[in-house]
Design a binder for this molecule. Structure first.
Ligand code: 9D3
Length: 237
C-alpha cells in the first residue's frame, strides 16, 4: 500500500512513522509512506497555499491550485471519477464522518493508494471536496489546530491492519477479540503491590473461570464508560 500525506507542516511527521508496527511494516515493504510539503506544489512566486475567504470572515482558506497540482502529480488525475481503482483521497477535517474501526477496515482492506490532505486554518476551498476528495474524515468531537494529528491517527490505525503488519502471534488473536466491548483489566507481577492485590481468580489457574471473569469485567467497564457501545445508539468500534 502507498500512503501520501499532504501538509503545510511536513516536519511535523519527521519521526512519527518510525516506531513500532509502522516502522516494521515500512521495513517489510508492506506500506510506503511519503510526506509532501503542500508549498512545493504552489505555482505562484510567493508559494502561497492559503488566501482570505470570499464573503469575508476570519482566518484563511487553503487554496485549490496547490492541492489540485499535488493530486494530479501523485495520482495522475484531478477528478475523483478518473482515479485508478482502489485509490482514495481523504480530507481530514472537523466536518468529516467520525472515524470508526469499520471505516479503518474499509481503508485497510480496499485501498492500494491513499492520499491524506491535512486541513488547516478555517478550512479548505470547497472545490477540493467536490472534485478530489473521496472521504472526508474527522477523528472525533474536539478541536485540533490542524489535520496533521488526525492523519497520524488514520495512518496508524490502517497500517496495523495490513496483512502481516502485526507479529504472527498477536494478529489473528488480537482482532478476533475486537468484540465491540472495552478490554478487561490486566495485571502482571507482583501479585501484591503497595497493598493492592491482583484478583484471586487470575491466580488460581482455572481458565474457564478466568475467561468468565474477563468477560464480566469487560461488560461492566463498557456499561459504565461506554454504554453507547452496548445500545448501538452511537457506538461501534
Ligand atoms: C470555527 C469553526 N471551526 C470548525 C469546528 C474551525 C476549525 C477548527 C479546527 C477549522 C479547522 C480546525 C482544524 N482541525 C482539523 O483540521 C481536524 C480535526 C479536528 O479539529 N477535530 C477532529 N478531527 C479533525 S480532522 C481535522
Amino acid at each position: 500500500m502507498k500512503i501520501d500525506v499532504l501538509t503545510i507542516f511536513p516536519d511535523f511527521f519527521d519521526r512519527v512513522f518510525d516506531f513500532g508496527i509502522i516502522r516494521r511494516a515500512k521495513l517489510a515493504g508492506i506500506v510506503d509512506i511519503s510526506v509532501h510539503d503542500l508549498r512545493g506544489f504552489a505555482t505562484d512566486k510567493h508559494r502561497m497555499v492559503d488566501d482570505r475567504p470570499f464573503g469575508g470572515g476570519d482566518g484563511m482558506v487553503l487554496k485549490p491550485e496547490p492541492i489540485f497540482a499535488a493530486i494530479e502529480n501523485l495520482i495522475g488525475a484531478s477528478d475523483r471519477d478518473r482515479y485508478p481503482p482502489k485509490t482514495r483521497v481523504a480530507l481530514l477535517s472537523p466536518q468529516g464522518r467520525p472515524l470508526k474501526q469499520r471505516i479503518v477496515r474499509e481503508f485497510a482492506d480496499d485501498s492500494d493508494h491513499i492520499v491524506l490532505i491535512c486541513g488547516r486554518y478555517e478550512g479548505v476551498d470547497e472545490r477540493v471536496n467536490e472534485a478530489l476528495v473521496t472521504d472526508e474524515i474527522s477523528i472525533g468531537d474536539y478541536v485540533l489546530s490542524g489535520g496533521e494529528p488526525a492523519a497520524v491517527v488514520l495512518v496508524d490505525s490502517i497500517v496495523r491492519l495490513l496483512p502481516d503488519a502485526l507479529g504472527s502471534e498477536t494478529s489473528a488473536v488480537y482482532d478476533s477479540f475486537s468484540n465491540g466491548l472495552l478490554d478487561c483489566p490486566h495485571y502482571t507481577r507482583p501479585a501484591e503491590f503497595r497493598g493492592m492485590k491482583v484478583p484471586d481468580v487470575l491466580l488460581n489457574g482455572n481458565h474457564a473461570e478466568i475467561e468468565k471473569w474477563r468477560h464480566e469485567k469487560a461488560l461492566e467497564k463498557t456499561r459504565t464508560i461506554r454504554g453507547d457501545l452496548l445500545t448501538g445508539e452511537n457506538g461501534e468500534m
